[in-house]
Design a protein around this ligand. Structure first.
Ligand code: 2AM
Ligand code: CA
Length: 260
């Protein structure tokens, strides 16, 4: 965790400066709705350098680079140098650096660092989740009407917008409010922190959610796929909330699909 936090803080100084000059950044398109900034690539490289120096044998799975198998084939870093790239490009200060450590196929440590607000969300398996020095717990609200629910909206080129709108309609009709941060890692961190009572999204990549899922679990959330099934990490669809809200949201999402 120390190694991970040092790496995140080290690269964040330049990243925040880049964010201040976002108009001057060279941007390139990376498929529909997805953009890569020069800062993204540079941050990825610098993060890998810092982590590799500290743990030379570990591999990598990162959004910007290719997969690298380490000498130690059982350990790898799962990295998103900027989660919330759209926000970053549009001058909205809601983005994060996400770093997770996967050991023998299981994520054992994760951090989500929002450099503009200087919020370091972190968790180690079995040790709880934290925001800076403060222990995190999921919110205890049990009634949908009291909840604020986070979600990720489909972007250009997403395959099933109609299905999503049915889910959104169903959840919207019962919850207190819907929020969309535009950075899945932070949505999950917000559930861990009790700021959101739940979150669901589909079509996510492992680097978007590896650290955030551990944060949510360690804060006491129920974590599943949106059909209620097992580990969302490589499936990319996720439903996270306290047990009561998770169960209600699962039913709402299932019903909306059947009604479609
Ligand atoms: P990114 O910012 O690293 O691309 C937005 O709801 C979430 O979905 C973010 O975590 C974002 O990660 C992720 N995402 C993945 N693919 C995307 C795409 N093609 N367009 C926008 N967001 C995408
Ligand atoms: Ca991402």
């Amino acid at each position: 965790m120390n190694v991970m936090q040092l790496a995140a803080r080290k690269v964040s100084r330049r990243l925040v400066r880049d964010f201040g000059e976002v108009e001057n950044l060279q941007v390139s398109r990376k498929g529909p709705g997805d953009f890569v900034t020069a800062a993204d690539v540079r941050t990825d490289e610098k993060l890998r350098d810092a982590l590799q120096q500290a743990r030379p044998n570990f591999g990598f799975l990162t959004e910007e680079g290719k997969d690298i198998v380490g000498q130690d084939e059982t350990r790898r870093w799962i990295i998103d140098p900027i989660d919330g790239t759209m926000n970053f490009m549009h001058g909205t200060p809601v983005f994060s650096i996400s770093i997770a450590l996967e050991e023998a196929g299981e994520v054992t440590a994760g951090l989500v660092y929002a450099p503009v607000s200087d919020e370091m969300f972190w968790a180690e398996k079995g040790q709880g989740a934290y925001l800076n020095d403060r222990r995190l717990r999921v919110a205890t609200r049990r009634h949908m009407g009291d909840t604020v629910i986070g979600t990720g909206m489909p972007h250009m080129g997403s395959p099933d917008t109609t299905g999503y709108l049915a889910e959104l309609g169903a959840v919207m009709a019962e919850c207190g409010g819907i929020r969309c941060l535009g950075a899945a890692s932070l949505d999950l961190a917000y559930v861990a922190a009790g700021r959101f009572d739940g979150f669901w999204d589909t079509g996510l990549a492992p680097w978007d959610i590896a650290a955030g899922l551990l944060l949510a679990r360690e804060a006491g959330a129920t974590v599943s796929r949106t059909d209620g099934g097992g580990n969302p990490l490589y499936a990319g669809d996720v439903l996270v909330a306290n047990e009561a809200i998770h169960s209600r949201m699962l039913r709402l999402i299932r019903h909306s699909r059947r009604a479609e």
